[in-house]
Design a protein around this ligand. Structure first.
Ligand code: UDP
Length: 329
């Protein structure tokens, strides 16, 4: 069988990718400690509840199966918390991945797609961002992702372990059939918060309206989670057919401002969004937009869904699951 291990596969991007991998004919085994993931999100798949820090359990998974590749999502991913608890981030993201790579090496598994981030670039001076930009993360989250990318480079040199590190821009949206979507314990992302304000009659903060952008608010490259999932399948196939290791941007190459997202949410939902302009959020660069030409060249991938699909699919998910995967109140 084409068995793929997916650490963190019960999380947001992971669960959408598991569906895409299964559709592409891969046999998916999910390894997730459910700290952020949801059993419900992968109920049709094999889920092993386990932590990357539990090396014994992890290595057993490799001993019991013939795994041909790993698609790795298991990581802490909140910039703000990483600033307060950097050691937690290093332990979970770097030591956890060290365990995973050790288990892979011992089991002679050579292919890994590692979920990385545009936070590896830090405060860029120009945009769009391509992969040749200098990587100078400005928070521990980005540092831990970059540390793993570097560890992978040396694992390739020493053990012939090949990798693709997709560097995501702003993942958003949900499965169009409404079955899975975004549900974080602590929600800090703009689109879910905008929809929550509609559903719970709250007010969303716009973090700064005096940036040097077209309307003063920050611009980000929002990319549909199903486009990301498709890119992971392509990255895995690329490795299986002997593609060489690389880090690669995944974005739409189009930016939307915070005010534009609010407007798009009003259009998708037919409701008014209450907002208030607030202080800038520390560490937010004004504009982050991807140059995704390398993904097109190497993986034959480009985003096919735009902001309208992102906002419609996210709205369907949040409207029908106001408490995420928890039962309705
Ligand atoms: N943002 C905002 N209000 C919020 C949450 C986010 O104005 O309640 C802004 C944030 O400052 C950034 C953009 O929305 O410019 C996207 O933020 P998000 O946290 O979704 O993703 P990030 O770009 O930080 O990964």
């Amino acid at each position: 069988m084409n068995t793929i291990l997916i650490p963190g596969g019960a999380g947001y991007i992971g669960s959408h990718t598991v569906r895409a991998l299964a559709e592409a004919g891969f046999d998916c085994v999910i390894y997730d400690n459910l700290s952020e993931g949801h059993r419900e999100a992968v109920k049709d798949f094999e889920l092993i509840e386990g932590d990357l820090l539990d090396y014994e359990k992890l290595s057993q998974v490799f001993k019991n199966r013939k795994i041909i590749g790993v698609v790795h999502f298991a990581a802490f991913a909140l910039v703000g918390i990483s600033m307060k608890e950097p050691l937690d981030y290093y332990r979970n993201n770097v030591i956890g991945t060290h365990n995973l790579l050790t288990a892979m090496r011992n089991a002679e598994v050579k292919n890994i797609v590692f979920s990385s981030t545009c936070a590896t670039y830090g405060n860029v001076k120009t945009t769009p961002i391509n992969e040749s930009f200098i990587t100078e993360p400005c928070n521990p989250y980005g540092e831990t992702k970059l540390a793993v990318e570097k560890m992978l480079k040396w694992c390739d040199t020493a053990y012939g372990m090949r990798y693709v590190c997709p560097r995501y821009f702003n993942a958003a949206g949900a499965m169009p059939d409404g079955s899975i979507g975004e549900d974080h314990k602590l929600e800090t992302h703009l689109i879910p918060l905008v929809y929550r304000t509609i559903l719970k009659d709250e007010t969303v903060s716009v973090f700064g309206n005096d940036y040097p952008t077209r309307d003063g608010s920050c611009i980000r490259d929002y990319i549909h989670v199903c486009d990301l999932a498709d890119a992971h399948v392509r990255a895995l196939k690329y490795l299986i057919s002997d593609g060489s290791s690389m880090s690669v941007n995944l974005g739409t190459e189009h930016g939307a401002s915070v005010f534009e997202i609010i407007k798009a949410a009003e259009q998708a939902s037919g409701k008014t969004v209450k907002y208030a302009v607030a202080q800038r959020r520390a560490g937010d660069p004004p504009i982050l937009v991807a140059d995704a030409s390398l993904a097109k060249e190497k993986l034959g991938w480009s985003a096919v869904r735009g902001l309208t699909e992102i906002m419609n699919d996210a709205w369907q998910w949040h409207k029908n699951h106001p408490n995420g995967y928890e039962p309705y109140e």
